[in-house]
Design a protein around this ligand. Structure first.
Ligand code: GRF
Length: 196
């Protein structure tokens, strides 16, 4: 059974989907620790409610940067908790060298578009503005770029003419909550078979 560490900055609905899948036994994993750069983030409340240890990553007052020292501390926290696979779930800082070297090819992210289309922030807004007729979500391995890592899985949703960005994001999130736990299971199976 693989040990996960989840990093998020916001609502944590993807953490909840992971926890629900573990509870339903469709995902054979445990969440060892949940970390956030935002002390007030709801993802921490969800973790506490589930009895999972949490910690806040101190980013030294930088609003968007992820200082290398903070990344090194994050690696320590994850290793101390026995984490084997790191899952980003709405984590809003760019991952750099210390974390990538601490967990090579062992960091996954879920992104709300069909990458390589619409990387970066507010992907669902970009899809509506562009007039896309289809969007979706992507689970990918994290590298040093913005949503550029190897794609592991994708799910598609239609974009309807009357969609607002919020309506589209909600539709995408339904798919994220299904795709992310299922992909974590598949990915960890492959890790066990030394295929990744
Ligand atoms: C999701 O849409 C995810 O794709 C993106 O950030 C959002 C996080 O949502 N990376 P939540 O915090 O898991 O509810």
């Amino acid at each position: 059974m693989i040990s996960l560490g989840v990093l998020g900055s916001g609502a944590g609905s993807n953490l909840q989907a992971i926890l629900d899948a573990i509870h339903a036994r469709t995902l054979e994993a445990s969440v060892a620790v949940v970390l956030s750069d935002q002390p007030g983030a709801f993802i921490l409340k969800r973790a506490e409610k589930a009895g999972i240890p949490t910690a806040v990553i101190d980013c030294e007052g930088h609003p968007g940067k992820f200082p290398e020292a903070a990344q090194a501390r994050t690696v320590c926290l994850l290793k101390e908790a026995g984490v084997e696979l790191v899952c980003l779930a709405g984590f809003m800082r760019l991952i750099g060298k210390p974390l990538l070297e601490g967990f090579p090819e062992r960091i996954l992210n879920v992104h709300p578009s069909l990458l390589p289309a619409f990387p970066g922030l507010h992907a669902w807004e970009k899809a509506v503005e562009f007039g896309a007729t289809e969007s979706g979500c992507t689970v990918h391995v994290v590298d040093s770029g913005v949503d550029t890592g190897r794609i592991v899985s994708q799910a598609r949703v239609p974009v309807l003419p009357e969609d607002t960005p919020g309506v589209l994001h909600a539709r995408i999130q339904v798919e994220e909550h299904r795709l992310y736990p299922a992909t974590i299971q598949k990915f960890s199976d492959q890790l066990g078979e030394n295929k990744v």
